[in-house]
Design a protein around this ligand. Structure first.
Ligand SMILES: Cc1cc2nc3c(=O)[nH]c(=O)nc-3n(C[C@H](O)[C@H](O)[C@H](O)COP(=O)(O)OP(=O)(O)OC[C@H]3O[C@@H](n4cnc5c(N)ncnc54)[C@H](O)[C@@H]3O)c2cc1C
Length: 379
């Protein structure tokens, strides 16, 4: 291959920024690599802080692009509307189409799938902050979903507005493997947060429990599952039933060697990926791996399949409290956890590390590494 090579990353979240930095930092002397990151956002969003923004406990979750991007990455503030795989072109809102030689698809899962309040993206989080701020003292708030995001939002709102009555509603009650830990239950009770088994209507907020149905609370925050953008499906690329781009173990779209994907917006095929969960803990290594696969092919080598293991699952329980659970590489729980202040401190360090890893990959290409997956022997 000769001349310049155009690599485009669509979506500048944890996966996309990591991919763009690794591509831009590659020392491929014989072929200059031009890297463009397409994302309409004014800055990088620390999505893992959005529950704090939604509760009004934080003014912003934005980080300037220049803090996390390699200066060789060109940021193009635009929304991708369609990918033409055959022509290797991306249709952009209000701009000329953008051509690519290699594409990394990393549009995340910040799509709103509900008319209720949510914290899925900065705009939704800001609307939630306004709605919570306007509630009268003593008002009820429902948090739909008892997973990590539901529990984090509930704690943040309880700390911001101790005068509200907050109930987490979920079909499984508090049986989630991370949030169902007794130490988390104690924290919720201390903050006056109730947990109830039931379902919440995604559009109206009406609640159905074993005892019957009741109308929506004055505010309902939906956290029970995030939706991915329809860009891959609209572009007739192969997708799962919920719209995630299908990729193989090298993170390549089957039949489209030049299109790769990473992060929440993709589904990785194969048993080695069966344990992967949508998280920034997954998005970061997937972003790096997608870039590595592109660089391998550019160097005439076969890319390897992703081999990713986990170490921790963690929760922010507000005011410096947290819960950190150690896990095996396949994400199954180990019998140890850090609770209270130790958990909160560790969780905060991990949140900071995510941005540090992105900035580190921008300044020291190839520096980001992650633990190996469950197929390898582990201690
Ligand atoms: C409140 C909250 C708390 C969380 N806490 C944790 C946690 O503690 N630990 C953890 O591991 N995970 C956590 N998560 C999940 C984590 O944030 C996501 O898994 C992670 O952000 C996924 O990264 P990503 O790069 O795939 O996508 P995202 O971070 O969602 O980024 C996607 C980017 O794509 C852009 N984009 C979307 N559509 C287009 C388009 N058409 N054209 C161009 N750009 C587009 C968006 O603007 C966005 O910048 C949390 C999520 C939330 C909402």
């Amino acid at each position: 291959m000769s001349g310049r090579v155009r690599a485009v990353v669509v979506g500048g979240g944890y996966a996309g920024v990591m991919a763009a930095n690794r591509l831009a930092g590659s020392r491929r002397a014989h072929t200059p690599l031009e890297v463009t990151l397409v994302d309409p956002a004014p800055g990088f969003t620390e999505r893992i802080r959005l529950h704090q923004l939604g509760a009004g406990r934080r003014a912003s979750a934005d980080v300037p692009w220049t803090d996390v991007l390699n200066p060789r990455v060109r940021h193009l503030p635009a929304r991708a509307l369609r990918i033409d795989a055959d022509r290797r072109s991306i249709g952009l809102a209000g701009r000329e189409p953008l051509s690519f030689d290699w594409l990394v698809y990393a549009v995340g899962s910040g799509e709103t799938s509900t008319s209720l309040l949510s914290v899925t993206d900065p705009e939704a989080a800001r609307a939630t902050r306004t709605a919570i701020g306007e509630l009268r003292p003593g008002s009820a708030v429902t948090v739909a979903g008892a997973g990590p995001t539901g529990v984090e939002v509930a704690c943040a709102v309880a700390l911001a507005r101790p005068d509200l009555h907050i109930t987490i509603v979920s079909p499984s009650g508090s049986m989630h493997p991370l949030t169902g830990h007794p130490a988390v239950g104690r924290r919720l009770r201390r903050l006056g947060i109730a947990v109830e088994s039931g379902t919440v209507d995604r559009m109206t907020g009406a609640i159905t429990t074993g005892e019957g149905s009741r109308p929506a609370a004055p505010a309902t925050i939906w956290t029970a599952g995030f939706a991915v953008p329809s860009l891959a499906a609209d572009s007739r690329l192969p997708v799962t039933g919920d719209g995630r781009l299908l990729v193989d173990g090298t993170l390549t779209v089957p039949g489209h060697e030049r299109i790769l994907g990473a992060g929440d917006a993709v589904s990785v095929a194969g048993p080695a990926a069966a344990h992967l969960r949508a998280s920034c803990a997954t998005a970061l290594p997937l972003g790096a791996h997608a870039a590595d696969s592109v660089l391998a092919r550019l160097g005439g080598r076969e890319p390897s399949a992703i081999d990713l293991g986990y170490v921790l699952q963690c929760l922010d329980l507000g005011s410096g409290q947290g819960h950190v659970r150690f896990v095996r590489p396949d994400d199954s729980p180990r019998p140890w956890a850090l609770a209270g202040r130790a958990g909160g401190w560790t969780k905060e360090q991990i949140c900071r590390m995510t941005v540090t890893w992105l900035a580190g990959e921008a300044s020291t290409p190839g520096s980001y590494r992650w633990p190996a997956g469950p197929r390898l022997p582990v201690g």
